[in-house]
Structures are given as C-alpha cells and as structure tokens.
Write a protein that binds this ligand. Structure first.
Ligand code: AMP
Length: 249
C-alpha cells in the first residue's frame, strides 16, 4: 500500500504576520516558512502506519514555488521515502491544488491520501474535500484517530457535538487534526539521508492543470485594534453594562 501525503509551505506559526503596505497580501519576504502544522501530523501518521507494517511507501507532494522543495525535504527527513514537487505560483487556490493532486493520485495510485485539515495561511479547509469529490473517493475530515485494517480505515473525527467514529472503505482522503499525534523531530542522520532521497519535479503544465486564479483578492487589512477592557466592581455592574452599554442581554 502507498500513502500520499500533501504538505504545504506556509509562514511559520510563530511569526507575527505583517500586512503589505499596499494591502495586496501578507509579507512573505525574509519571513520564516515551515510545513503547515496539521500536515506534520499527516506525515507522522503515515510513518506510524508504515512502521506498523501496513504501508510500503510514503510519497510526499508539495505544490508551489521552488522553495516548497525544502518542505518536502523536511518530510523526507522525518522518514518519508520520496517526494513530488509541482512548480506553480505561490498563491495557488484549493481547487487548482485539488486538481493537481488528482493527477498525482492517478499516476501513483495510493490507497490513502493524508492531508492537513486546513492550511494556516488561507484557512480554507477545502482541498481535501474537493479532492475527494474529484476522485469520488470516501473522505474523513478532522481526524484525531485512525486504524487501518482489511482495506478499511476506522477513524475518529472531532466535531462540534463530540467525537464521531466512521469506517471508510479505502481508497480514501483523510485530513488530520492537530490532536492526531505528536510529530517527531528529524534526527541529524535522517536529515543527511533525506538529501539523497529522490524528489521528482513537475509543473502544473506537465499535468495539464489550469491554475489561473478564480478569486480576486480585493484587499487585506489588519483587524481593528481591540479596545482596552475595563474592570467592574461587582456582578450587578457587569449586568448593567451588558444590558445598557453593550446591549448584548
Ligand atoms: P486548505 O484547503 O488550503 O486549508 O488546505 C488543506 C490541506 O490541503 C493542507 O493542510 C495540505 O495538506 C493540502 N494543501 C493545500 N495546499 C497545498 C499545496 N500548495 N501543496 C500541497 N498540499 C497542499
């Protein structure tokens, strides 16, 4: 069984985001970039499935600018086997990513595609769902537990009402929650080994996918500054303010 894992290069979650002065987007020049956090959980889970003897190969795919190869290398250093890099512009939309992933799936025939539940830069939470639709495969989203047995994935999903348990017939698209596992750190020997692992380079054109943006970005701006809070002396004053000033009760 092969597992395909999709990893996105995003601004590191510790970085304080800065908006470009012309409002056209966020500043990415000289900013630390890393693997999208839930994608690290996806890589970790693929490694655990392989270590349990339930998969033979883990392929990492990343779509974007040349530097996305670094994100693939990071996943190879964690222990994945090989990479596929698809060269496109940095701001590629979920539908185009899903179409590219469909072509890679058709080429590689994995039994599972593991992805993050959401990319922390665009917060779209769309790519896995779109890919599942394009392929007509089952999907399990926001998963915090997975067990593979007899061509079936038993998963636990984190939903508003609590936990939902489902059985998915493979092949399947599975998107991972941060609570799924604790991603491992790459050891120095594995970082060295990863340099020799193969990364196939393709372009969206090679895969015959049109990546022309469909969404027009009008403006990106900072959220309004929050006003300073006030201290109230007792519950009566709190209720009075909620009723007459905030008008929320
Ligand atoms: P999104 O729908 O943009 O929130 O992304 C959900 C998931 O899709 C991410 O966690 C990644 O696993 C995958 N993904 C999105 N964009 C890319 C990309 N450019 N390259 C590889 N994987 C991606």
């Amino acid at each position: 069984m092969k597992i395909l894992v999709a990893v996105k290069r995003v601004i590191d979650y510790n970085v304080q985001i800065r908006i470009k002065t012309d409002g056209s987007g966020v500043e990415t020049e000289n900013v630390k970039m890393s693997m999208n956090p839930p994608d690290e959980n996806a890589v970790e889970e693929a490694l655990r499935i392989k270590e349990a003897g339930k998969a033979e190969e883990i392929i990492i795919v990343s779509i974007g600018e040349e530097k996305s190869k670094e994100t693939i290398r990071a996943a190879l250093a964690m222990g994945a086997d090989r990479g596929i890099f698809v060269n496109t512009s940095a701001n590629i939309e979920p539908i185009a990513v899903a179409k590219i992933l469909r072509k890679i799936v058709e080429k590689e025939s994995p039994s599972i595609v593991l992805m993050g539940k959401q990319a922390i830069d665009d917060d779209c939470n769309q790519t896995g769902q779109m890919l599942s639709t394009l392929l007509s495969w089952s999907q399990g989203t926001f998963i915090s537990k997975i067990n593979i047995e007899n061509n079936t994935a038993s998963i636990t999903r984190e939903i508003d009402e609590g936990l939902e348990m489902l059985e998915l017939k493979l092949p399947s698209i599975i998107t991972c929650d941060l609570r799924l596992n604790e991603p491992r750190y790459a050891s120095l020997p594995n970082i060295m080994k990863a340099k020799k692992k193969p990364i196939e380079a393709l372009s969206a054109k090679d895969l015959d996918v049109d990546t022309t943006p469909r969404i027009k970005n009008l403006k990106v701006e900072e959220p309004p500054k929050r006003e300073k809070g006030i201290m109230v002396k007792d519950i009566a004053e709190l209720v009075q303010k909620l009723k007459h000033e905030a008008k929320v009760i």
